[in-house]
Design a protein around this ligand. Structure first.
Ligand code: PGA
Length: 251
């Protein structure tokens, strides 16, 4: 069976300020990826940049979306539907990022969005993560609940279209989790998936996000036992982002 590639996703959030800058970042990153063999790179820009950047996609770098509306077409002022994305060759969509959950997105809505993404043939990058850690380990149950709800009624055969991005909220924009704690969590998430679906398929990827940079990316992936990373701030710095990708590709 073909081995799944590792995955490095850049989440640009509400950046950069101009299309010119956006094009520069993508062009520079692509230039740095020529020697990459085992890693799928996905960059998720704001919606307004998706169309003008879509022509720059290649086998090495794909575009993803940061969100979309779970409803089909219709009267939803200011929204973009999942069904509008594939025409721009969008293959990946981030769902349930903690910054969206803070805006009111709950587990039920995340589940609706996951089902829309996979039904459009795209891959859902489902973000899960506790807000804080307690000594009693209650956060494990919190993660289990987020994963079980997000994947409710998702057919087992579509699990290859799902990536779990473990992003402890307290680490985002702050300080990364240690690789050994990540290892513990990745084992736990695999167990949760096995309990839910009867198997943990190696086709399903678990990635980590929260303060990933060039100084910690390879240890997080290697010692944390995950298949890749979701990068915020460092994905806007092409040199750093390429360095992260190269480090991960060489593992
Ligand atoms: P960060 O963001 O890498 O800047 O911590 C990660 C994220 O929010 O996905």
């Amino acid at each position: 069976m073909k081995k799944m590639k590792k995955l490095v996703v850049g989440n640009w959030k509400m950046n950069p300020e101009s299309l010119l800058e956006a094009k520069k970042i993508v062009t520079e990153v692509k230039r740095g990826l020529r020697t990459i063999k085992n890693t799928q790179v996905v960059v998720c820009p704001p919606f307004v940049y998706i169309s003008p950047l879509s022509g720059l996609q290649s086998d090495l770098l794909m575009l993803g979306a940061q969100n979309a509306n779970a409803d089909q077409m219709g009267s939803r002022t200011g929204e973009v539907s999942f069904s509008q994305l594939p025409q721009f060759n969008i293959g990946f969509v981030i769902v349930g990022h903690s910054e969206r959950r803070k805006m009111g997105e709950d587990n039920e809505l995340v589940n609706k969005k996951v089902k829309s993404v996979v039904s459009e043939g795209m891959t859902a990058i489902i973000c899960v993560g506790e807000n804080t850690r307690d000594n009693g380990g209650e956060y494990f149950n919190f993660i289990k609940e987020q994963i079980s709800c997000a994947l409710k009624d998702v057919p087992k055969k579509l699990l290859t279209h799902v990536v779990i991005a473990y992003e402890p909220v307290w680490a985002i924009g702050a300080t990364a989790l240690g690789p050994s704690e990540l290892h513990e969590m990745s084992i736990y998430i695999k167990k949760v998936l096995k309990d839910l679906f009867g198997v943990f398929s190696s086709d399903m990827r678990i990635i980590y996000g929260g303060d990933v940079d060039r100084n910690n990316a390879d240890r997080l992936v290697k010692d944390g036992n995950v298949s890749g990373v979701l990068v915020g701030r460092a994905s806007l710095r092409p040199k750093d982002f390429v360095e992260i990708i190269k480090l991960i590709d060489s593992i």
